[in-house]
Design a protein around this ligand. Structure first.
Ligand SMILES: [Zn+2]
Length: 257
């Protein structure tokens, strides 16, 4: 069984893989770098979303090449991590949030392959979400099991007014990557779920200024539990081939015929 782990801000190193082999995958949308590793019955493919260094900002990430590469490799399951700001005082710096819904405000980028209209009522794979929860329990890692994610286009941070409005809408966390990645995954029929690490409280909730160096420090302080959770989830998830995500993809493709 093949499964991809998509790493975000602060998760670039491949030490949790067994003898990883670097590979460049060429797609019609450009190239992307992945690391392949075989552990027991699993082929793990690690894809650092921003490339191996954080030189690429969220809005510059080649989401299309990343997700298409997974598709070309025959991957039907992908789990990910994203660094987020929190709008919810219950979700504190260092907390993990298994988001279940998103609002897409990333209007400065293309968030589709443009082939069909997929059903996104539930944007994340229920089976992968359930495995994240199970794995977190077995590892004694605390996880907020639900969360509303607001995706901005970036690269700038939010204004105080935006944060106030987003909070009034019931948004829990804000980031710059996830709605695009989740949508492209569903458009390819890839089961996808992501766990978010809170790296700061959003502007207007705290006096502390947003700062990428601080984000990285919070990630490095929490990276071990995050890696453990991603790795355990990837190793424990059952090898299913019947899922809502695939059904919705098939229906979308069928509707275009
Ligand atoms: Zn699924």
């Amino acid at each position: 069984m093949k499964i991809a782990i998509i790493g975000g801000t602060g998760l670039y190193d491949t030490s949790f893989l067994n003898n990883p082999k670097e590979e460049i995958i060429e797609t019609e949308y450009g190239k992307t770098k992945i690391y392949r590793s075989k552990i027991n019955d699993r082929e793990l493919v690690f894809l650092p979303r921003h490339g191996i260094q954080h030189g690429v900002l969220a809005y510059q990430v080649n989401y299309h090449a990343n997700m298409k590469a997974l598709d070309q490799l025959g991957i039907k399951k992908a789990i990910a991590m994203n660094a987020v700001g929190s709008l919810n005082p219950e979700m504190k710096v260092g907390d993990l949030v298994l988001i279940d819904q998103f609002m897409d405000f990333a209007w400065n980028r293309k968030s589709t392959f443009g082939e069909h209209s997929v059903n996104m009522t539930n944007p994340y794979c229920p089976k992968l979400r359930a495995e994240f929860i199970k794995s977190a329990e077995s590892l004694d890692i605390e996880l907020h099991e639900k969360g509303n994610y607001l995706c901005t286009g970036g690269p700038r941070y939010e204004t105080a007014l935006e944060v106030k409005v987003f909070r009034s809408w019931g948004m829990d966390v804000v980031g710059m990557t996830n709605s695009t990645e989740a949508t492209l995954a569903r458009e390819l029929g890839i089961c996808y779920s992501t766990v978010n690490l809170v790296t700061d409280m959003a502007a207007g909730i705290t006096e502390v200024e947003p700062d990428l160096a601080l984000h990285r420090k919070v990630v490095s302080d929490n990276i071990d539990k995050l890696k453990k959770l991603l790795f355990t989830t990837a190793m424990n998830v059952e090898d299913y081939d019947d899922c809502m995500c695939q059904d919705l993809y098939n229906k979308a493709v069928e509707a275009r015929k």
